[in-house]
Design a binder for this molecule. Sequence first.
Ligand SMILES: *Cc1c(COP(=O)(O)O)cnc(C)c1O
Length: 406
Amino acid sequence: MISQHPSDLNDVLKAKKDAFQIPDGVIYLDGNSLGVLPKNVPARLQQVVTEEWGSSLIRAWNTHSWIDLPGRTGDRIAKLIGAPDGSVVACDSTSVNVFKVLSAALSLCPDRKVILSDSGNFPTDLYVASGLKELLDKGHELKVVAPEEVKAAITSDVAVLMLTQVDYRTGRVHNMEDLTRTAHEAGALTIWDLAHSAGAIPVDLTGAKADFAVGCGYKYLNGGPGAPAFLYVAPPHQDKVMPPLTGWMGHEAPFAFDLDYRPVTGISRMTVGTPPILSLSSLFAALDAFEDVDMNDIRKKSISLSELFISEVEAKCPQLTLASPRDPQKRGSQVSFCFEEGYAVMQALIARGVIGDFRAPDVMRFGFTPLYLSHQDIVDAVSILADILETASWDCPEFKTRAKVT
Ligand SMILES: *Cc1c(COP(=O)(O)O)cnc(C)c1O
């Protein structure tokens, strides 16, 4: 008989697992990096390719509303992050969207020169900020402080506070509402990267009065590899910002083919070029899985799974050190453990069907996706991890060669 953990018996999200295609023998703890395939996506993609593209051809921009897909997808994401309709658009990559919103935010406060971020931010966000600063050549400074020092560093010279809400390495969560309030009191604007928040924890952009946000379509939203990202601009800013990438999709009348650029009103001015309909269709369909779930139920189960994971690992794998906050309220939907040979251990784990990932220098990262994981999965995963550590089966050359993607 397959054993079942008692917490799985009253799991309100239990039936959701059927909506996803999970390979036999795999326990997937990496939905924070690439979400699994929702079962409805292949058929939807097939339909878009053969019927819409194949038969309707260019007419489909109108007949199948392809042209509105970035906004329609954005509206679905908006519901998960506490944003109103018409304030989110699905487009480009997270990196490109960081560039766009940071540039837009800086243009709203020309007299201030400091972009404040933290050392827990995902490097691409910092790289983009540093590149933009060089490109603008207006004397901006990128100030990077430790995550716990952010609040004290919000001074009256800060133009924009740019943070990732959930730390990609440790899962530590910033208090969005409190930091946004502090930033506003100091006269600064805020940009929140929700890459590890959207679809993982309840987010309330409106309640927190966030100014801008970006996030990822291929992590907890399950949009598929390289899925379009999203961006949010608070309604009061939408018609004030000058988009930095002034492409025709953000024009007031793209099909007037005017020679002069005039930004359209609303969130669409933050779009640039022709939307990628195939990958947007995949993301749009993937969001069906969230249609009838409450983010508070997701959060509750995520905490339950991660608490179980920590207690099991600490009981059975004394070699590992917790790298995430112990207080579940201060963690996103992931748990990380440090181990010097973490890379090799993770490869050994993956070879046995338990898929997590590794972040340099020594972080083994495990993501918890309540839509398709059970408590029994957690117990089973940790028992395999404990066996690998006990037998040191990770200690062989095949697990130590670093692949291009870790
Ligand atoms: C995953 C992630 C990204 C990824 O950016 P891409 O442009 O999609 O490669 C950016 N920022 C954060 C915080 C992330 O976690």
